[in-house]
Design a protein around this ligand. Structure first.
Ligand code: BGC
Length: 494
């Protein structure tokens, strides 16, 4: 090793932006789009009359009755199961996906995701009864479980070290584009009777087909190849993706990390050690809190929610499109800001913004929306504004950072397993919120928004007292520079 090589720090491993890396980003786009499209599509579809008449006639009947209750008209367990079954399947399958990632590599894991996704899209678009619809959603869920484990790990491993944060948030950016795209599709097809909803559900196959082709074109990540003892192939791949010949320093680091990881018995056993608790607790709590902001109550049920506060079908879908645009644009802010202002500042600012929004929405609905009345145009407009204000705060903080921080705080030996725990916590709480929201709204009425506000208050305290700042800390120096120095977490690190 000559002097120049010794001076290469992980932040400066040589790399160029190669065509191959661009293809990989494209791949990430389809992975994120796939997830986002599904988050965005169900709210609009479940609000469509044709869909309700075919699968949930009772919900449709209830909606038609003149004196229906604003807060309860969509409260139906089966309707909620349609939305939330996907997340239950994703929750279970993300553990299988973490095994597949380790044993077979990232590439096959992503391929499996796209195949499940294609099958799920076909089945749900062709559904003749509720059972077929739900089985379709479950297949989509397995796709999401494999995709959300495989794609972010794949991305972290092919991204040059100095761009890892931004590349990671790119995944979230495409999630938000997927949500927006879904809202636009719903808006466009809602006038095609009686099968517009089938088009919405079928289009989910498009990003999956892109991911399928992508996963055949790309090659495996160097880390995964080295992990499975394919050293020569790993070295060749690293040269290809970095676009330079001088990759020995980075390759040696990957090799050393993989060798250290082999000393650990089983990643999940390793996670149960006291010293693994800090990143594990933080990773899980970030995902749980991310969901308890109430974001998906808004994302899944935005059209339903806007109908509830007095918009007609068209107006409510349009409002959901507006929310979608705000979501995408604000995520771009995060890409730019995250490595400058830091993680904690973004999360804390957003807590204040989201707390104000949820409280204000709660008060407006509590004071002005009786069970059978409706809001005035101005009041409804203010609610849409507040929802946008809320989404804006979420999108530049808890949205992307809920995924970024768990991917950067685990040491390599527990990274895939620890990240799987974070992914499945996300899916579990997404499921819980999706399943419970419409019933909770029926029982709690406008107080549901105060419920989310209370969670946001707790999250603010969590950021102040328990969350360490990880901005600018190299990924393999977290133990020394972050956990061992934190007043609370250092007690776990002896
Ligand atoms: C969350 C999703 C949410 C999306 C909204 C993601 O980070 O995990 O549950 O729907 O952000 O943009």
């Amino acid at each position: 090793m000559d002097d120049s090589e010794k001076r290469i720090s992980p932040q400066n491993f040589p790399s160029k932006l190669t065509f191959y890396v661009a293809i990989c980003w494209f791949l990430a786009a389809f992975g994120g789009l796939m997830f986002g499209y599904d988050i965005g599509i169900s709210g609009g579809v479940t609000a469509m009359d044709d869909f309700q008449i075919k699968f949930f006639p009772k919900v449709y009947e209830k909606k038609l009755h003149a004196k229906e209750d604003n807060y309860c008209k969509y409260d139906d367990q089966n309707l909620q199961l349609f939305t939330s079954s996907l997340y239950l399947a994703a929750l279970v399958s993300s553990f299988g996906a973490s095994k597949a990632c380790e044993k077979f590599g990232r590439k096959p894991t992503i391929l499996i995701a796209s195949v499940f996704f294609l099958a799920g899209a076909a089945l749900s678009a062709a559904a003749m009864d509720v059972a077929m619809l739900i089985v379709g959603r479950i297949l989509l869920g397995v796709g999401v479980g494999f995709g959300n484990e495989g794609v972010p790990l794949f991305l972290s491993e092919i991204a040059p070290v100095k761009h890892r944060g931004a590349v990671n948030i790119l995944f979230q950016l495409f999630v938000t584009i997927g949500i927006l795209f879904a809202n636009l599709v719903n808006f466009a097809v809602s006038k095609i009777h009686p099968y517009g909803w089938r088009i919405s559900l079928a289009i989910a196959g498009a990003p999956a087909a892109g991911l399928f082709i992508g996963s055949i074109v790309i090659s495996e990540t160097p880390t995964s190849l080295v992990e499975r003892n394919k050293l020569e192939q790993g070295h060749k791949t690293l040269k290809k993706i970095r676009g330079v010949d001088n990759v020995d320093a980075e390759f040696n680091q990957i090799k050393a990390a993989c060798e250290a990881a082999k000393q650990a018995k089983s990643p999940f056993k390793e996670l149960m050690k006291r010293s693994s608790f800090p990143p594990l607790i933080i990773g899980i709590l970030l995902q749980v809190f991310q969901q308890m902001t109430g974001i998906n109550a808004i994302m899944f049920y935005a059209p339903v929610l806007f109908q509830t506060v007095g918009f007609k079908n068209d107006g409510s879908l349009l409002s959901a499109v507006i929310t979608g645009v705000v979501n995408v644009v604000s995520t771009v802010v995060s890409v730019v800001a995250v490595d400058k202002v830091g993680r904690k500042a973004l999360l804390l600012e957003a807590c204040v913004q989201m707390f104000i929004s949820q409280m204000a929405i709660g008060f407006i609905l509590h004071l002005n929306l009786t069970a059978t009345g409706s809001l005035t145009k101005v009041e409804a407009g203010v609610v849409v504004f507040l929802v946008c204000f809320f989404v804006m705060g979420f999108a530049w903080s808890w949205g992307p950072l809920g995924w970024l921080i768990p991917s950067e705080t685990f040491p390599v030996e527990t990274r895939a397993a620890g990240f799987a725990c974070a992914v499945s916590s996300n899916m579990l709480f997404t499921f819980v919120v999706a399943q419970a929201f419409l019933s909770m709204m029926c029982h709690l009425k406008a107080y549901i928004f105060f419920f989310f506000a209370a969670w946001i208050f707790v999250m603010g305290l969590f950021v102040v007292f328990l969350l360490p700042e990880t901005k600018g800390v190299p990924i393999d120096a977290m133990n020394e520079r972050v956990w061992k120095k934190h007043p609370v977490w250092k007690k776990f690190m002896d």
